[in-house]
Write a protein that binds this ligand. Structure first.
Ligand code: ATP
Length: 256
């Protein structure tokens, strides 16, 4: 990657037909940084994250993530291989599989059943599987679900399911972890535990990009925050700077 940023966006934009969903986004995230994206509904947060993860190609500007150039032929799997893992606004777990098995799916990044068959039949793959299980267990412990490895994902509490999603994303050993509304539906205590988990990941050098509506949690968790409104950056800085910015207060008060 060029420069110090593991994620760097310059004037990035996305239009659908004539409609500009996001426009002129400059943003940089360094290793070990927790970077928040906040803004009212429809501000363009999801569109931005979809561009960063290679899901949606930008229609303007340039961007690189872990050395991969966004746009052109870059697709989501290429960005994922470079070291970007993501959780989704809608929880995407296999409800009847155990917590451990859900993490294993993340560790293997299983894409076809040929690979699955090899894992079952080859002795070397068996050894690999034991290794993968150990890694998956460690990720569960990391997010505070060590005791619940055998519990079906569908039987976990909402907060635990959100943390399981993070464990699954971590199993791929990402350099950049993208979290889309990880605290949605969490109570105050759960959100605080999540905040601690995110800070500990950052302390280990993982960069984290978070979309979150829980502004109080964002102020407590992020190193830097970028505020979007109507598809544009209206403020960026430390939590203290952003919280004092009149444009931010206006955007939030004006939309409620
Ligand atoms: P929320 O907090 O509600 O998830 P958001 O900040 O993530 O909102 P986006 O979902 O990125 O906002 O939407 C930004 C704008 O782009 C909205 O006006 C939306 O209608 C528009 N938009 C997003 N995706 C498309 C699409 N596929 N086609 C047309 N317009 C789109």
């Amino acid at each position: 990657a060029r420069g110090t940023g593991l994620l760097e966006l310059h004037g990035l934009g996305k239009s659908y037909g004539g409609v500009r969903a996001v426009h002129g986004i400059d943003l940089a995230v360094a290793a070990g940084e927790v970077h928040g994206l906040i803004g009212p509904n429809g501000a363009g947060k999801t569109t931005l994250v979809n561009m960063v993860t290679g899901v949606t190609p930008p229609t303007a500007g340039t961007g690189t993530v872990l050395g991969v150039t966004l746009g052109g032929r870059t697709r989501a799997h290429r960005v994922a291989r470079a070291g970007v893992a993501r959780t989704f606004q809608q929880i995407k777990l296999f409800g009847r599989l155990s917590a451990l098995e859900n993490v294993l799916v993340g560790a293997y990044r299983i894409t076809d059943d040929t690979l699955l068959r090899r894992l079952v039949f080859l002795p070397s793959a068996r050894r690999k599987e034991r290794g993968a299980r150990a890694v998956a267990s460690a990720q569960l412990v990391r997010v505070g679900l060590g005791e619940k490895a055998a519990t079906a994902a569908g039987d976990l509490s909402y907060g635990d399911q959100r943390r399981l999603e993070i464990a699954r994303a971590l199993a791929a050993h990402p350099s950049l972890l993208v979290l889309d509304e990880p605290a949605a539906g969490m109570n105050h205590v759960e959100a605080e535990r999540l905040s601690e988990l995110i800070r500990s990941l950052a302390a280990d050098g993982v960069a984290v990009l978070i979309i979150e509506h829980n502004v109080r949690m964002m102020l407590a968790t992020c190193d830097r925050i970028t505020v979007l409104n109507f598809g544009e950056v209206i403020a960026a800085g430390t939590p203290t700077e952003v919280a004092r910015d009149p444009k931010v207060l206006e955007a939030y008060l004006g939309s409620e």
